[in-house]
Design a protein around this ligand. Sequence first.
Ligand code: NAX
Length: 328
Amino acid sequence: TRTPVTVTVTGAAGQIGYALLFRIASGQLLGADVPVRLRLLEIPQAVKAAEGTAMELDDCAFPLVSGIDIHDDAVKAFEGANVALLVGARPRTKGMERGDLLEANGGIFKPQGEAINAGAADDIKVLVVGNPANTNALIARSHAPDVPAERFTAMTRLDHNRALAQLSKKAGVSVSEIRRMTIWGNHSATQYPDVFHAEIAGKNAAETVNDQSWLENDFIPTVAKRGAAIIEARGASSAASAASAAIDHVHTWVNGTAEGDWTSMAVVSDGSYGVPEGLISSFPVTTKDGEWSIVQGLEIDAFSRTRIDASVNELSEERDAVRKLGLI
Ligand code: NAX
C-alpha cells in the first residue's frame, strides 16, 4: 500500500472548501489509488463548521482517506504537507481600498508562507486560490525562502475552463476538441484569454471562428467577468467550478499535460514574453513529472501584446503595493 499524501486545505469551512474536500477525498485530486491525509486549516470561529464538514467526510466512508485533522494554527496545518491548497482569504468588503485588501491578505499569506517554509514536505506543491490569488502567492512565496519558487502557483484554471466553455459554445464543438487555450496575466478582470494559439479539432481557433468582434466584445469580457455573472445569477460566488478548477490544476501539475496540449497556470516568471521576472503571472504551461515549464516561442501579435501588458502591469502595481506595505 502507498503512503498517504498529506493535503492541506485552508478555508476548509468555506463554500469552495465544501465543494473541494469531497473530491479530494474521493481520489480525484491525485488518483484513485492514492490515499490522502487531510489537514484542514480554519480561523478559530470557523473550526466548528470545519468539524461539521469533517463529520460528513467521515460519513462518506471514502476508502482513500487515512485521516482528517482540523487546525487553527498554520504551523501545525502545514506540517508534512505535500500539497497545499490555499483557499481561505480576506474578501474585499464595501469601501475597502486595494491597499487595505492587500494588507489584510498579507496578514494571512505571510504566516502561511512561513509555516510552509518551516514544516512542509520537501516536495510541497502550493496552489493559491484565495484572491487576489497571484499576489497572495507572491506574498506566501517570499516568506518561504527555502522552498523553490516554482512550487508556488496561483489559479487561473477556472478562467481557462471558462474560456474553453465559451469557445466550445461559439464553435459548436465539444470542449474535448479544443487544445492550447491560454490565460495570460492576472486572475482579475484584466486577464487575457487568448485563442490565437488555440486549436479546434487541430485547426487554428481564431481563424476557425473568424469573428474579431465576437472575440473582443463578447468572448474576452464574458470570460473575464464570469465571476460577477455567477454572483448575479446564483446569489453566491463560484464554488463548485472553482473547486473543480483547483482539482484540475493540481491533477495536471502532478500527472502532466497531454501530448500536444498545454494548460494555464499562474507561475513565477523567468522573464518569458516580457513578463518581469519574479511576478506570478499566468502563462501557457506544459507539465511533466510534477514540474511545469512555460511554453516558449509563441508569436504575440500587437492585439495580444496590449492585452498581456495591461494585465501584467496590474500585477506589477500589486507587487509594488505589497512591497511598500512591507509584505514581501
Ligand atoms: P468563503 O468566504 O465561503 O470561505 C473562505 C473561508 O476561508 C472561510 O471559511 C474563512 O473562515 C476562511 N479563512 C479566512 N481566513 C483564513 C485563514 N487565515 N486561515 C484559514 N482559513 C481562513 O469563500 P469561498 O467562496 O470559499 O472563496 C475562497 C476564496 O477563493 C476567495 O478569496 C475567493 O475570492 C477566491 N476565488 C478564487 C477563484 C480563482 O479562480 N482563483 C475563483 C473562485 C473564488 O472567487
